[in-house]
Design a protein around this ligand. Structure first.
Ligand code: UDX
Length: 429
């Protein structure tokens, strides 16, 4: 099929590459001409494992091209996938500005009759948006508007795109479902054919539920810390119940990223706007916002004060295997440590260039060991393997102090305690 992907951010670029890898003829289009030029040279603007080589291969084989010219991109396509960002707006609701701009471009460029075309909304949008967009194409007899949410995770985006857990298609008529099945013909994953509104809600509900699990565990971790229980053992015990399952039970300094915080905010605001508040989700948000402060308070109790302390901070991205720092807990933690007079040396394998701009007063180093050398205390914020698989005997030699603050419960607690470190995890006895 000839597919055009509009927007080449995380979702758009990964979708474009994965469609090309599966034999479709794909063109990516973006309003950012500099980004398009980079892509045309085979360079990925984002750090995502495996994406750049796959992009280059798909381009070499002729299945993937990029353009900044919407007319060229639209004219050729059987299916147009809208993958533009829907960031958090000032009022907390999803900002649909980019999306409606892209829709207006399609209205301008698409003929009102002739060959059939799919207009597929992959961007995460509030319930009702796709129906609204379908209304905007009412005069186009040949256009099917479809919702097809994306569930990929950063750090394993390509893999998730190639092997999705499910394919959710929201559409109005059987013809649209059939055309969408052509797009995904070779993928063996459960299908849900439903309304556009249900498809939109499935995306929000999935993210909100995963975030709820994390906040549940983070709040429980606080109780574990208070009563002398260990959240890691508790999580293992819970996860073995097949009704619960082991995923997304990891306590830590909180969730971040481009999706959970933004989507929760959008859902909370959508709910309020319809006078059906989601009070549980409001609590999920509140727990997540206070989690870094809760951990920092415990750290400060150990150290008496942060003032004048040398602190090694390991990991800046919101999770490992990405350079994304959007809503990363590290930013809140750095801000408070600096405000309270700590000297912070930070290490991250890939995210440093993004943080330099925000905190020029931070000291950035090239390895975890460089950060740890001479430090009074260390805090693990992101569980990169470069930050967790350490030679602890050597760490004991090079650190000045003995405090290890494990914000992801990813350091070997018993081992480091045995070496004489003072270990503080999240909700661990
Ligand atoms: C998420 C969804 O998983 C994905 O389906 C959706 O399409 C986009 O949003 P992503 O933001 O890439 O993906 O990351 P994810 O792996 O879900 O982690 C989100 C945050 O939760 C990270 O900050 C991570 O550290 C944190 N997390 C995750 C926990 O604190 N504990 C856990 O048990 C799992």
């Amino acid at each position: 099929m000839k597919i055009t992907v509009i927007g080449t951010g995380y979702v758009g670029l990964t979708t474009a590459v994965s469609f090309a890898m599966r034999g479709h003829s794909v063109m990516g289009v973006d309003v950012d001409a500099a980004k398009v030029e980079r892509l045309q040279r085979g360079q990925s603007p984002i750090y995502e494992p495996g994406l750049e080589p796959a992009l280059q291969k798909a381009m070499e084989e002729g299945g993937l091209t990029f353009t900044a010219n919407p007319a060229e991109a639209v004219a050729r396509a059987d299916a147009l996938f809208l993958c533009v960002g829907t960031p958090e707006g000032q009022d907390g609701r999803a900002d649909l500005g980019y999306l409606f701009k892209a829709v207006a471009t399609l209205q301008e460029l698409l003929p009102k009759e002739g060959g059939e075309r799919l207009v597929v909304i992959k961007s995460t949008v509030p319930v009702g948006t796709s129906d609204q967009i379908a209304g905007m194409f009412a005069a186009y007899s040949n256009v099917h508007v479809v919702t097809n949410p994306e569930f990929l995770r950063e750090g394993r985006a390509l893999q998730d795109s190639l092997e999705p857990s499910r394919i959710v298609i929201g559409a109005r008529d059987e013809r649209a479902f059939a055309l969408m099945e052509d797009v995904y013909a070779d993928i063996d994953a459960p299908r849900i054919h439903t309304t556009r509104a249900n498809a939109e809600m499935i995306k929000y509900a999935s993210n909100a539920f995963l975030a709820t699990r994390i906040s549940f565990m983070n709040e429980l971790a606080r109780l574990c810390a208070a009563v002398g229980a260990d959240i890691e053992v508790v999580a293992r015990g819970m996860g073995l119940d097949s009704r619960i399952g082991p995923e997304f039970l990891r306590a830590g300094v909180g969730f971040g990223g481009s999706c959970f915080p933004k989507d929760i905010e959008a859902l909370i605001n959508l709910a309020r706007a319809t006078q059906t508040p989601l009070s549980l989700l409001e609590q999920v948000r509140a727990i997540n916002r206070s989690q870094p402060a809760w951990f920092l308070d415990r750290m400060r109790n150990c150290l008496q004060t942060f003032a004048g302390k040398e602190i090694a901070l390991l990991g800046l991205s919101f999770k490992p295997e990405t350079d994304d720092i959007r809503e990363a807990p590290s930013l809140v933690i750095v801000k408070r440590l600096l405000a309270e007079g700590a000297h912070v040396r930070a290490y991250d394998p890939v995210a440093v260039p993004h943080v330099v701009r925000l905190f020029p007063e931070l000291t950035f180093v090239n390895t975890a060991y460089d950060a740890l050398e001479g430090a009074d205390a260390a805090i693990l914020v992101t569980e990169w393997k470069e930050c967790t698989q350490l030679d602890w005997l050597w760490v004991k030699v090079i650190m000045a102090g003995t405090f290890l603050f494990d914000g992801r419960n990813a350091w070997p607690a018993e081992h480091v305690k045995g070496l004489g470190f003072t270990y503080l995890g999240v909700g661990r006895s």
